[in-house]
Every structure is written in structure tokens, then in C-alpha cells.
Design a protein around this ligand. Structure first.
Ligand SMILES: *Cc1c(COP(=O)(O)O)cnc(C)c1O
Length: 399
């Protein structure tokens, strides 16, 4: 038995490769004592906006703040409701709550694991309407719905044509949670482009483990809307556009200059890293071909309008827990994203959602397992993963 661990994520290699450049950038920031804002932040904002194909990018301290500020800038206020999915990282919903709004969930699509356009349409059709404004009222909260937040989970863009079309019918803004989807592409009929350029605004995280990660905490909002960009520039900095003149009460949500400098260096490698992830995903697909055809495992589904950035490579099987145990026993690290859907989390128990409320989300969350996926994953490591899964499948379901 090979006793090398196949890690779930290798964050060390890319930093080793860029070490000299990163250290030089840190040294320069320290020598100039430039730590908050300044040319590195502005440079990153320009470059990341250009990368996403948007007019503006505003650097922030985290992806969670990016979700919150994007919603606030789009006009979401306390007393409003926002629709999203329960199969996501909790930060999506924290951003909604921290904008002062209530969350309403809809179910996901069985194949893409992203927000289901059908569920959204059915949900909105059966909402009561506010007699004055005509806005749909949330079914859990009775609050007027202002926006939807599709999450581009695992690096695959949600069904933006259909979701946007539905949102438009109800006068709702679309805020993308693109925290896992840097560089993912969408080629729809009504719109096309990269993650971040497909809604009113988009939230990005540069948490170290994301496809584009800082060496610490960081995030950003991208948008084509000048008002959104201006508003977020103000609230990230205590509500001031001129020092000590506060138009509104804001937050401390700024991006560090050192992190911006690191991100500019790494952004130059993002396309190469994304291509390596896509190659690795393709190789997994080939290695799993017969197990996928026999129905033993379900591999990721990529609609023809999607070019996913494979933040995660997630397979699905009824024997999920046993498979993960077997893989971990043979030195292959795995993860569950996410093991408990948000509507069933302890912290949201007061919301009163019962098991069975979002059947697809619940089924999927009990059957998914994320396999090792990162740009420097080798073919040999992938063969080991495939062999371990194949021997598990033979053991569980001998033909
Ligand atoms: C990582 C992540 C966030 C939050 O980003 P932070 O930078 O960690 O605050 C939000 N939404 C999703 C889907 C994420 O994966």
C-alpha cells in the first residue's frame, strides 16, 4: 500500500512556487508602511474587474462582507426577505442576516446542485402579494422579497438565464454568490460571461482555500452598477467618502494592501490553475466512466452552457459515509460540502423548517463527497483515488 496521503487540498505548493514574489511584495508594503487601501488595492480592483468583465470591483475584508454589502447596495433593508438555497456555506445566509434581511430557501436542482429555476418559479407563484406594492411576500417570514442569491456552488455557475428571467418577472435583483467560482464561465442565450458579471452585483471570497485566495482574509464585490460600487466603497470605510465626514454609518470592511498585492500576483496564475482543475476533473470523469455508467457513483454534471472552475469535484453515492471512511483509511482525504443543509442547522432551528421541506437538498447533502481537487493534483494521485473508489464499489456491490 502506498502510504502517501492524497491531500484534499494542497495549499503549500502554489505558495512555494510564488514565495520570492510574495515576500518581495510584503517587503515593499512594510518598507512603505502601506497597509490599508492605496495603489495595490486599486490595482487589484482594476485587474479583477477586467478579469471578470465588469466595470467595477471593490475590495473587501471577506466574502461574507461581500454578500452583505452587495445586498445592502442593491437596496435590501431590514424588513426585507431574500431567497437563496440551503445547500451552501453558511456565509451566504449570514450575509443576508447581516444586511438585516430574512432568508427564504428554495430547493436545488438534482443534477447541478445549484438553485433550481423550477423551484424558484413554483415558490414565487405561490407567494402572497403585498397589496400595496405587489411584491411577493416570503412564505416563512411574510416579508417582501427584494432579491435572490444564486450560489455558483463548487465553481459551477447557476442557471442564470432562467433564474434572471424569473427574478425580473417579480422585480427582484439577482446577487451572485461567486465565492467558489472565480473564472467560471457561462454561455447562456440571454447572457454570457464570467462569474461576477451576470447579476446586479457579485460576492467573491479570497479566503486562502478558494480558487483565488489571499494569504489571509479578503473578498470583493464586482458590479457594472456605479451606484453599487460607490455605495460599497463608502460603507466598507465607516460610511465616509472623505475622511471623518460620515454620510451614513458604515463598517470596517476594507481590504489590506498586503493581501491585495498577494492577490495581484496570484491573479496572473488563475487561468492556468483553472485549466489544471478542469483537466483534473476531465481525468476523474474518464477514470470513473464505468462506475458512473453502472450507477455506482454520480459524477458532476456540467450543462453545455457551463464551463465550471471546479473549486470542488463532488461525486454522489448512497454509500457516502462508508465510501469516505474507506477512502480516508487508504490515505485519501475527502470532505462533505455540506453535511447539514442550512435549514436544518441548529442555529436556524427557530425558523421552524422541518426535515423533508427541501427533499432534493436533503437527499443530495447525505450523498455527496468531495474528492481531492487542486491545480497540482497529479494523474498518479487521481489513479489512486479511482482505484480506491473502484475497490470500494466492488466490495459494496459485487457484480
Ligand atoms: C467562502 C464562501 C463565502 C464566504 O467567504 P469568506 O471570505 O470566508 O467570508 C460565502 N459563500 C460561499 C458559497 C463560500 O464558499
Amino acid at each position: 500500500m502506498a502510504n502517501d496521503i492524497v491531500p484534499f487540498l494542497d495549499l503549500v505548493s502554489p505558495h512555494r512556487e510564488l514565495e520570492e514574489e510574495l515576500i518581495a511584495a510584503a517587503r515593499e508594503a512594510i518598507r512603505g508602511a502601506r497597509f490599508i487601501g492605496g495603489p495595490e488595492v486599486e490595482g487589484l480592483e482594476k485587474e479583477f474587474a477586467a478579469y471578470c468583465g465588469t466595470k467595477y470591483c471593490v475590495g473587501l475584508s471577506s466574502g461574507t462582507d461581500a454578500v452583505r454589502f452587495a445586498l445592502m447596495a442593491a437596496g435590501v433593508r431590514p424588513g426585507d426577505a431574500v431567497v437563496t438555497v440551503a445547500n451552501t456555506f453558511i456565509a451566504t445566509v449570514e450575509g443576508i442576516s447581516q444586511a438585516g434581511a430574512e432568508t427564504e430557501f428554495v430547493d436545488i436542482d438534482e443534477r447541478t446542485y445549484n438553485m433550481s429555476a423550477q423551484s424558484l418559479a413554483t415558490y414565487l407563484e405561490s407567494c402572497r402579494r403585498d397589496p400595496q406594492t405587489g411584491r411577493p411576500l416570503g412564505q416563512r417570514t411574510s416579508k417582501p422579497i427584494r432579491a435572490i442569491v444564486p450560489v455558483h456552488l463548487y465553481g459551477q455557475i447557476a442557471d442564470m438565464d432562467r433564474l434572471t428571467d424569473i427574478a425580473r418577472q417579480y422585480g427582484l435583483d439577482v446577487i451572485e454568490d461567486a465565492c467558489q467560482a472565480h473564472g467560471a464561465e457561462y454561455r447562456g442565450t440571454a447572457m454570457s460571461g464570467r462569474a461576477g458579471a451576470l447579476g446586479k452585483a457579485a460576492a467573491f471570497s479570497f479566503y486562502p482555500g478558494k480558487n483565488l485566495g489571499a494569504c489571509g482574509e479578503a473578498g470583493a464585490v464586482t458590479t457594472n452598477d456605479e451606484h453599487v460600487a460607490t455605495y460599497i466603497r463608502m460603507i466598507r470605510d465607516h460610511g465616509q467618502s472623505q475622511k471623518y465626514y460620515h454620510q451614513i454609518e458604515g463598517y470596517n470592511g476594507r481590504l489590506d494592501s498586503i493581501q491585495a498585492a498577494f492577490l495581484r500576483i496570484k491573479l496572473r496564475h488563475l487561468d492556468r490553475w483553472t485549466a489544471a482543475r478542469r483537466t483534473a476533473a476531465q481525468r476523474y470523469n474518464e477514470l470513473f466512466d464505468s462506475m458512473s455508467k453502472s450507477g455506482a457513483i454520480t459524477i458532476p454534471y456540467e450543462p453545455d452552457w457551463s464551463e465550471a472552475a471546479y473549486h470542488l469535484y463532488v461525486v454522489r453515492t448512497r454509500e457516502r459515509d462508508a465510501l469516505a471512511t474507506a477512502l480516508n483509511a487508504s490515505g485519501i482525504q475527502t470532505g462533505f460540502h455540506y453535511p447539514v443543509p442550512l435549514h436544518l442547522q441548529e442555529c436556524y432551528r427557530p425558523w421552524g423548517y422541518a426535515p423533508g421541506r427541501f427533499p432534493v437538498t436533503e437527499r443530495v447533502s447525505s450523498e455527496i463527497v468531495s474528492l481531492p481537487m487542486f491545480p497540482t493534483l497529479t494523474a498518479e494521485q487521481q489513479h489512486r483515488v479511482a482505484e480506491a473508489i473502484a475497490s470500494f464499489v466492488r466490495m459494496v456491490a459485487p457484480c
